[in-house]
Design a protein around this ligand. Sequence first.
Ligand code: S3P
Length: 174
Amino acid sequence: MIISLIGYMGSGKSLIAKELALKINYLKIDLDNEIEKKNQQKIEILFKTKGELFFRKEEHHLLKEFLTNDANKVLSLGGGCPTYYNNMELINEKSTSVYLRGTPSILSQRLKNQKTKRPLIAHLKDEDLPEFIAKHLFERNAFYNQANIIVDIEHKTPEQLVLEITLHLDRLWD
Ligand code: S3P
């Protein structure tokens, strides 16, 4: 089985993927890390030197590679991944998708201190983040909302979220 975690930047996909994989004894794969490993470059540098289109092609290519049923795994996908090419269709065809849903307000709070690593928001002032995220999320929600499972992240610890996800999975896979 494959579980794909999707959601906006700052929604906690990497951490939840790690904790969830530990709990259910699955392999954890972080697609952004895999892109960095393959290209021997950090995402922010890759965006600068080769551009976003190159990154999106790499993302699509590696997504297809990891969406193969060779092992049980939890895939943590970059925030934009489901919104390019036919990625969301592939994700739902080959895996069970989980949308970690956050409000613009909680996402802006979290992203304020983590902008530099994220090329799409690195140039924004803190005070402009909420409006940017609200608009961006509105566009992306058309994709994120196609997920098999949706969980709200607000006021929940990683442990609570992992438990909530496993309960949903049990119900879905029963
Ligand atoms: C992106 C999100 C990032 C990374 C890249 C682009 C996006 O991943 O893939 O900076 O388009 O939302 P995280 O969601 O893990 O920050």
